[in-house]
Ligand binder design. Structure first.
Ligand code: SF4
Ligand code: MG
Length: 333
């Protein structure tokens, strides 16, 4: 059975300066139709660059994309921009944190969604509008006929986000890439949007690649997870397995930073001290070592990705017999 999206050994390298800089270093994963895969990591972990590489949007001087991105069996790496434009929008759609980047301020929301539909299908403006209103309605936009006639700045952030998802779905994409789609929204609206994304895989059978820095969002939404650190895979596997038995200390640290759903909120959530290394100054060996509580001599060699339980993990602990690193708890630093 062919996966919807099959990414193998994806690399993105920035060339042109003295030394090549590897932004994305050998990332591999598959995403299935009707599944939500979470791409998780702090900012600078390579999540967005990975998504842009998949979409073929890194076509600029100095950036070299290599490896393989197969979408429905078709290789996208090396495809012409013309061919890629055909795939984007129609088969793969993307939504962003800020819907204002997707909409032009000078046209109504409805006009822009109508146009997105008409760019891929020869239908009348009137029929396009019928479809737009139906989509907005499905996205939970109240009074969709009236909302369609409003300008982007006249809508709340949550409504704009719904309208952007409606526009992304207007061509029935097989894959939706959502880059931090709820980060700018308040908790209630965030929950509604995540609900919407979950519904997509049932109602449309779309695969969703959900990019987030928030493990709480992953817990709510994802079937599978890929944790990235400094452009490399740290851990990947079914969400349930990662949450039950995280094998990489970075996964554990991300899990510990989820606020509790019930009970008193701690005054301060444990966070991981330090920041990820810049790709230009990645330490040799394990890139997480400078921040890892468990770093030891063998971590000076780059840990290979190994299979452990239901996941794959790039850490030496499981093979050394420390299958479950103790959870890092609040206050202990
Ligand atoms: Fe920590 Fe070593 Fe595992 Fe890296 S390989 S995460 S430094 S224990
Ligand atoms: Mg980003």
């Amino acid at each position: 059975d062919m996966p919807l999206l099959d990414v193998r050994d994806l690399r993105v390298t920035l060339t042109g300066s003295e030394k090549d800089i590897t932004l994305v270093d050998s990332v591999s994963f598959t995403a299935g139709a009707g599944e939500i895969l979470g791409l998780v990591g702090e900012s600078g972990s390579g999540k967005s660059v990975t998504a842009l590489a998949i979409m073929g949007l890194l076509d600029m001087p100095g950036l070299v994309v290599s490896g393989s991105v197969r979408f429905r069996g078709r290789e996208l790496v090396g495809l012409s921009q013309r061919a890629l434009r055909h795939v984007r929008g129609r088969e793969i759609a993307m939504i962003f944190q800020d819907p204002m980047t997707a909409f032009t301020p000078v046209y109504t929301i409805g006009w822009q969604i109508d146009e997105a539909i008409r760019a891929h299908e020869k239908i009348s403006r009137r029929d396009a509008r019928t479809r737009t209103v139906k989509l907005l309605n499905e996205m939970g936009v109240p009074d969709p006929e009236r909302t369609a006639n409003r300008y982007p700045h006249q809508l709340s952030g949550g409504l704009r986000q719904r309208a952007m998802i409606a526009m992304a779905l207007s061509c029935n994409p097989a894959l939706l890439i959502a880059d931090e789609p709820t980060t700018a929204l308040d908790v209630t609206v965030q929950a509604q949007i995540l609900d919407l994304l979950r519904g997509l895989r049932h109602d449309y059978g779309s695969g969703v690649l959900l990019i987030t820095h928030d493990m709480g969002v992953v817990a709510e939404t994802c079937d599978d997870v890929l944790v990235l650190y400094s452009g490399r895979m740290a851990e990947t596997g079914p969400a349930a397995a990662l949450f039950a038995r995280p094998a990489h200390p970075y996964t554990t640290a991300l899990l510990d930073s989820i606020p509790p759903l019930t009970g008193p909120r701690p005054a301060r959530l444990p966070s991981i001290a330090g920041v990820p290394p810049s790709p230009a100054a990645r330490p040799s060996g394990c890139a997480f070592a400078p921040r890892c509580h468990y770093a030891h001599a063998s971590c000076t060699t780059k840990p290979p990705l190994i299979v452990w339980e239901e996941q794959e993990v790039a850490c030496v602990l499981p093979t050394e017999g420390h299958a479950l690193p103790p959870r890092i708890t609040a206050g202990e630093t």
